[in-house]
Design a protein around this ligand. Structure first.
Ligand code: 2M8
Ligand code: MG
Ligand code: MG
Length: 277
């Protein structure tokens, strides 16, 4: 079993960023050797801190699938197409952040005043719009492959903005709070790349992939996993996912995460928690 998970709004509470309700299940997975792989909008700097807190030491995916990081000695042979950086093999799907901030600067002409970028928000602006602590906001600001955008205008104009950016070759993904402007990668491609590495490493194991996420930017990942856990959000509608093995949690955030993962592991304790969309 491989578990691929979104962080914000899924394993971490949307408001408090706590994962306390999931601690017992995470410890169990650590003990029995089930990898829990973060696949997130967050940066490498944020993951460096969070992985320690989560006692998580395996591969991880940053900035919405823009890059995959695999600890140097995690697999017996180095994955192809990767570069060794700071003790990790890095597979990069996207161009660097500067490319996307440049593209966004060009949108000022048509959409001036309707959006803010992380660059312009700065650490204080990021703190204010996310509720992160100052140090966590600073880590969130250290982006390498993408630029989050805070949309200020109407929903209709937002669609127009997204389409305009897509025409220029950007990938635009909706997270819990921000639009993420990045390159060719997405969370689904990242899941497939990592699953392939595990298959090469363990050719005789039948690998089952479970993915968990709460937002539109998780759909690509939910769709390519064998089992999809949609974690209910306290602030927005569940994303639309078409999947044969789908579970929509009743509870939100980490409680919903535990509920959904347990459902697929056959450990759901109350049959009435069954749900589907
Ligand atoms: C941003 O990501 C979330 C993910 O859904 C969002 O779009 O709301 C990112 O900037 C991430 O780096 C940051 O930690 C998070 C905080 O809420 O917001
Ligand atoms: Mg999320
Ligand atoms: Mg996320």
């Amino acid at each position: 079993i491989l578990i691929f998970t979104d962080l914000d709004g899924s394993l971490l509470d949307h408001f408090s960023y706590s994962f306390s309700p999931a601690k017992p299940l995470l410890s169990l997975f650590n003990e029995i050797g089930v990898p829990v792989i973060p696949v997130t909008s967050k940066t490498r700097a944020e993951l460096a801190v969070l992985r320690c807190e989560l006692d998580n030491h395996g591969p991880f995916v940053v900035e919405n699938g823009a890059a995959v990081f695999i600890p140097e000695n995690y697999f017996s042979s180095p994955p192809s197409g990767c570069e060794l950086i700071d003790g990790f093999y890095r597979y990069q799907f996207s161009k660097p952040r500067e490319y996307w901030t440049g593209l966004l600067a060009q949108q000022e002409a048509g959409f001036g005043g309707e959006f803010e970028t992380f660059t312009r928000l700065g650490v204080e602006g990021i703190r204010a719009s996310t509720g992160l602590t100052e140090s966590a906001a600073r880590q969130a600001s250290q982006r390498e492959f993408s630029e989050p955008v805070l949309w200020l205008g109407s929903d209709e104009r937002k669609q127009c903005f997204i389409e305009t950016l897509r025409e220029t070759g950007a990938t635009v993904l909706q997270g819990g709070r921000f639009l993420h402007v990045t390159g060719a990668g997405n969370k689904g491609k990242a899941l497939q790349l990592l699953t392939e590495q595990f298959r090469v490493e363990y050719p005789d194991s039948a690998l089952l992939t479970i993915a968990a996420g709460d937002s539109d930017n998780d759909v690509d990942m939910l769709q390519v996993a064998d089992c999809a856990v949609v974690v209910r959000s306290p602030v927005h509608q569940p994303p639309e996912v078409v999947h044969q093995h789908l579970y929509l949690s009743r509870q939100t955030g980490p409680q919903g995460w535990v509920e959904g993962v347990n459902w697929f592991l056959g450990a759901a304790d109350r049959p009435e928690t069954v749900n589907s969309i």
